[in-house]
Design a protein around this ligand. Structure first.
Ligand SMILES: CC(C)(COP(=O)(O)OP(=O)(O)OC[C@H]1O[C@@H](n2cnc3c(N)ncnc32)[C@H](O)[C@@H]1OP(=O)(O)O)[C@@H](O)C(=O)NCCC(=O)NCCS
Length: 173
């Protein structure tokens, strides 16, 4: 198996696998244009024969926080280490950017515990994520995901209402 950064040629397979898992809320739906725009966020796992097995993405909010997103493995490839290999590559990528706090929202906390993530009881402690995704999510008031973080919960955020965001950026400085 090989794990590498995605290329634009992987966008169709990423789009298909992510959206195949979005109808039940497992993953956030991603239009093809968004996958292409953000292709550099993605890491893919391939079999030794070069067959696409799965993907995951690391979204950078800023030096204070990044997020693991869209991590998924083809049903027939599950249980053979691809998911953990993708996650480890994303964690290495966060480290290479010097980002110490990594968040994610999930229904399968058990998978992430063993990689150092812990549950954050109050989602409001991750305002960047709330402003990026939750406010536009149809499940906003009936969210069944847990929020998790690896490292410290950041004391600052950069997304939010204009005045508030500016204030928070000042705090970051
Ligand atoms: C979660 C997912 C990416 C894991 O990929 P995978 O390739 O099957 O995982 P691995 O083979 O690397 O498993 C690594 C470990 O995690 C465990 N694990 C796998 N899936 C798990 C799950 N759904 N819940 C809890 N633990 C899980 C495995 O048992 C294994 O444990 P071990 O090291 O003690 O043997 C895959 O099951 C998947 O695509 N699920 C659907 C999409 C999804 O839910 N993504 C997460 C969104 S936040």
């Amino acid at each position: 198996m090989q794990v590498r950064k995605a290329r634009l040629q992987d966008a169709t397979q990423i789009f298909e696998i992510v959206n195949a898992h979005s109808h039940d809320g497992t993953l956030i739906r991603r239009p093809f244009s968004e996958v292409c725009e953000n292709i550099r966020d993605f890491t893919v796992a391939l079999s030794d024969a070069g067959v696409f097995l799965g993907c995951g993405a690391l979204h950078l909010y800023g030096p204070h926080l990044c997020e693991v997103r869209s991590i998924v493995v083809k049903p027939e490839a599950k249980g053979r280490g691809a998911g953990s290999a993708i996650l480890k590559a994303l964690l290495d990528e966060a480290e290479s950017h010097g980002v110490q706090s990594i968040c994610l929202f999930t229904r399968i906390a058990d998978f992430f515990f063993k990689y150092g993530f812990r549950i954050v009881e109050d989602k409001a402690e991750l305002p960047d994520k709330i402003f990026k995704d939750c406010q536009n999510c149809p499940r906003l008031h009936r969210c069944d995901e847990v929020s998790m973080v690896r490292g410290r919960i950041p004391r600052v955020s950069i997304l939010g209402p204009k005045d508030e965001a500016q204030q928070l950026v000042r705090l970051a400085g």
